[in-house]
Design a protein around this ligand. Structure first.
Ligand SMILES: Nc1ncnc2c1ncn2[C@@H]1O[C@H](COP(=O)(O)OP(=O)(O)OP(=O)(O)O)[C@@H](O)[C@H]1O
Ligand SMILES: [Mg+2]
Length: 366
């Protein structure tokens, strides 16, 4: 097994498949091993199977094939109240007939906790989500974002070993969302809670997670720590989905000493790391991050291939300059440059040569 071996896996998906209708698989052969204390995020477009995975782990849906284990035991064999799972779902269902404080106290009562300890924990959980004043309200008397924060507090109040969160911050404004991201991360780190988190916000995934599983079409496309995901995407989907990327299409000419020479469709040559191409003649998409593109001659390595570019648009963004270029027949090529003292501000119409380190350019599937 890879990064997390069987012995320290706390949550395991083992060849899991799921079909709701007996025909289409919405989760396809999922293998995932999560060690205790890890913050793992499932990231992917709408309909890619993220919620389904969480529901199976929570025990609300059954896997069509395969097995899900929690601390070494198949999940089906563990009664719900013994699973020790805190949950926040997309439709944060609070108990409508209970006040906010009663909602939070409920999981503690179930665990037979005494009144004073209960009250202290409820107060702390409410403060954490900045809802200290709202203990006596009913859920119906709260805004959507406030309900979401209460749902979050309720999932964490009993300090569970495993917390499942499905878009828990979706209804919050930017500032509150960033505050809560920090709080959730802080609390889970401090208490050593294992978190399986679902979002389609890639910034959230990159900033909060130990590892991110990128989902598409019911499969994990790549499972890696944030920096590896961003810098070494394993296929075109991941490269496009995480961060901004320039892609150029072409055909592999040759592969020598770990460098692929690619002829772009317009005839230009570029050097790239062969990621999932292996032979001359294969079609490929080369991908290069905007911040790795250089145009000042002294920042280009002398033996690297360069491309002719025409400046179409220059946008001053304060910390960076964002320049849109016409390159190899495309007019959506983006270059980002740091606003350094020696940096040049380009003007539309200027013609430049651009290049990059071959190791920053990846030849991916077409
Ligand atoms: N109860 C259900 N019955 C039938 N099909 C379902 C059911 N729940 C989900 N699906 C289908 O399964 C697929 C995966 O859905 P899922 O809710 O897991 O996606 P998701 O990745 O969570 O998407 P989103 O980001 O929109 O929440 C979708 O095609 C969806 O239509
Ligand atoms: Mg979902």
């Amino acid at each position: 097994m890879t990064s997390a071996d069987r012995s320290d896996a706390f949550v395991e998906f083992d060849h899991v498949q799921k079909s709701y209708d007996g025909e289409t698989l919405v989760v396809k052969d999922l293998n995932l091993s999560i060690p205790k204390g890890e913050f793992l995020t499932m990231l992917g477009p709408s309909g890619s199977g993220k919620t389904t995975c969480l529901m199976m782990l929570a025990g609300f849906e059954t896997a069509t094939h395969g097995e899900i284990r929690l601390d070494g035991q198949p999940i089906n064999n563990i009664p719900p109240h013994k699973r020790g799972i805190g949950m926040v779902f997309q439709n944060y269902a609070l108990f409508p007939h209970m006040s906010v404080a009663e909602n939070l106290a409920f999981p503690l009562e179930v665990r037979k906790m005494g009144k004073s300890e209960r009250e202290a924990k409820v107060r702390r959980a409410l403060d954490m989500v900045q809802m200290g004043e709202f203990g006596n309200r009913r859920p119906a008397q709260l805004s959507g974002g406030q309900q979401q924060r209460i749902a979050l507090a309720r999932a964490l109040v009993f300090e569970p070993e495993l917390v499942l969160m499905d878009e828990p911050l979706g209804a919050l404004d930017k500032q509150l969302r960033e505050h809560m991201q920090f709080e959730i991360k802080h609390i889970s780190d401090n208490l050593g809670i294992t978190v399986v988190y679902v979002t389609h916000d890639q910034t959230e995934a990159l900033t909060m997670s130990d590892r991110v599983a990128v989902f598409d079409d019911g499969r994990i496309q790549q499972l890696a720590p944030p920096d590896e995901l961003y810098e070494s995407p394993q296929n075109s989907f991941v490269a496009q989905f995480i961060g901004e990327n320039n892609t150029l299409e072409g055909t592999v000419q040759e592969i020598n000493n770990g460098v692929a020479l690619v002829r772009l469709d317009g005839g230009e040559l570029v050097d790239a790391v062969p990621v999932n191409v292996s032979e001359p003649g294969e079609r490929t998409r080369v991908s290069i991050r905007p911040e790795r593109v250089e145009f000042l001659p002294d920042r280009l390595s002398p033996d690297a291939h360069t491309l002719d570019a025409e400046v179409l648009e220059f946008i001053y963004m304060g910390d960076i300059f964002r320049t849109r270029l016409r390159v190899a027949g495309r007019d959506d090529f983006i270059m980002k440059s740091r606003n350094a003292p020696d940096q040049v501000r380009l003007k539309p119409g200027e013609r430049i040569k651009i290049g990059w380190e071959p190791s920053d350019c990846r030849a991916l599937d077409a």
